[in-house]
Design a protein around this ligand. Structure first.
Ligand code: SF4
Ligand code: SF4
Length: 288
């Protein structure tokens, strides 16, 4: 089963929930944690893995054989990202703008374009006790997280439970991260900003046909509009985590909630049971 933990809004405690969920799984179950928040992966702080493998991530960028090029301009015309330009008697490639789509090399009538790999990040894999951890790291200054996310997701093993820590927001990296999930757990806070971003995240998950449920972090800090929205939209609120300075203190020290406060383990185990029930019910339902 593949569970993605997303948030819409940043700073809602998504990684706190994702790591505690992973650490609450009963021993004997195969658990994989995939940190797809590749611009700022931080689950390792709480899971403290031993890294065993590092793999670079490349995107293909065009290399032009100027001897074959007739400066016909077709490559420049087809590039949606303005990453290749034909200037008098010369071709200019801007690698940082290139999305590696391959359209220019495919359409070049002179077969003058080949592709070279450009490293944009790495994927690290290792273990934290029995849990396998895979995390992507986009190189600072690079603008394309999705190829790194795809590379992380290539490691998914569906024999057990895989938990994906998704980046905040609802843009391309989030879509790429949650695509294919059996369930999307949305972590929010009961504030106006939390509600606004939750609504966007729900829309995204629904567009992808992924069932979702909500965890309200810092419950008690704002109003009840998040609960009202969830009730109206028939989205289950699966867990409340109260505003508690001792939880915030643990988080700031890089300690996982369920390890520092074991009384939470039971509640996270119940959270997983609820998710599994929803996924099972949905998969056995003829039409949803
Ligand atoms: S499409 Fe090929 S031949 Fe035409 S300008 Fe680009 S590289 Fe040169
Ligand atoms: S590979 Fe795609 S994005 Fe890159 S230069 Fe060619 S057409 Fe543009």
């Amino acid at each position: 089963m593949l569970i993605s933990v997303a948030s819409g809004k940043g700073g809602t405690g998504k990684t706190l929930v994702a790591t505690s969920l992973a650490l609450s799984l009963n021993s004997g179950r195969r658990v994989q944690f995939l940190d797809c928040d590749v611009e700022e992966p931080n689950a390792y702080i709480f899971l403290k893995p031993v890294v065993e493998r590092i793999e670079p991530v490349y995107v293909p960028v065009p290399e032009v054989d100027e001897k074959r090029c007739t400066h016909c301009n077709k490559c420049s015309e087809v590039c949606a990202y303005h990453a290749i330009a034909v200037i008098p008697k010369h071709i200019l490639v801007l690698p940082h703008l290139c999305h590696g789509c391959g359209a220019c090399s495919y359409l070049c009538p002179e077969d003058a374009i080949s592709e070279q790999g450009r490293e944009i990040g790495i994927v690290e894999a290792g273990h934290s006790n029995d849990m396998e951890l895979v995390q992507g790291k986009l190189t600072v200054g690079e603008a394309m997280p999705t190829p790194v996310i795809r590379k992380v997701k290539e490691q998914i093993n569906r024999d057990g439970i895989a938990i994906i820590d998704v980046s905040p927001g609802t843009s391309c990296p989030v879509v790429e991260s949650i695509r294919g999930s059996d369930f999307c757990l949305l972590v929010t806070e009961p504030t106006v900003f939390g509600l606004n971003d939750l609504m966007l995240a729900v829309e995204t998950a629904r567009e992808l046909g992924i069932p979702c449920g909500v965890v309200i972090n810092r419950a008690g800090v704002g109003d009840s509009k998040v609960q009202e929205y969830c009730a109206k939209e028939n989205i289950p609120v699966l867990l409340d985590i109260p505003l508690d300075t001792s939880i915030a203190r643990l988080y700031s020290k890089g300690m996982a909630l369920v390890e520092a406060m074991p009384e939470w383990k039971e509640r996270f185990t119940q959270l997983l049971d609820s998710i599994e029930e929803i996924v099972l019910e949905r998969s056995s339902s003829p039409k949803r």
